[in-house]
Each structure stands twice: as C-alpha cells, then as structure tokens.
Design a protein around this ligand. Structure first.
Ligand SMILES: [Zn+2]
Length: 109
C-alpha cells in the first residue's frame, strides 16, 4: 500500500505534468504516465492502475526518478525532454534502508 500523503503529492506532480503537456500540445490525447518499474515499486504503485482519470500508469524502460507523459501525438526530440519531471522529491524517502545480508566470515585455516 502506498502512503497516501506521498502519493497525493506525486499525483499533483503528475497532473501538473499532464496539464502542461496538454497545454503545449492541445491536439494530443494523453493516455498514460510512463515510469520506471523501480519507481513504481518503490512508490507502492501498481503498473496498469488508473493513476489519474483516464490515465494509466505504465512501466517503461526509462530513467528512474522521472516520469513521462504518454500520448498519441508526435514529439520531436526536444519537446519530449521537458515533459520529464523528477519524481525523486517524492520517491527518495520511500526507499527503505535495506541492511546488507550478514555474511559469515570464514576463519582462515
Ligand atoms: Zn504529446
């Protein structure tokens, strides 16, 4: 289960990103948000869930710490870049400190 406050903050960032994209590209239809599987997992989200009304969360092979607006429109290289927004502000506190597994020390013979 995701923590409500952090997800609320994330959703705000996502909807802002979608709104910015749609404002710049009014002829595009936005249908999804792409996020690295790693981020989806550490944020406690589910791939395929409807993260915003009409917008589905998709795991992609993209950079962690960012999300991508998925739309049916065409972008040239430069336009797509600014749609990537950092999710690290939200995500970084989510990573649990995983203790390294204790390794038995083999005494020298
Ligand atoms: Zn677009």
């Amino acid at each position: 289960m995701a923590e409500t406050s952090k997800v609320g903050h994330l959703l705000e960032r996502l909807s802002q990103g979608v709104a910015a994209h749609d404002r710049e590209n009014p002829e595009h239809h936005t249908w999804g948000i792409g996020m690295a599987y790693f981020d989806i997992e550490r944020l406690g989200l589910e791939e395929g869930e409807e993260i915003l009304p009409g917008i589905v969360l998709r795991g992609d092979g993209g950079m962690t710490g960012q999300f991508r607006i998925l739309c049916d429109g065409q972008h040239d290289g430069s336009a797509a870049e600014e749609e990537e927004e950092a999710v690290d502000a939200v995500a970084e506190q989510e990573v649990p400190a995983e203790p390294l597994p204790a390794r038995p020390v083999t005494p020298p013979l």
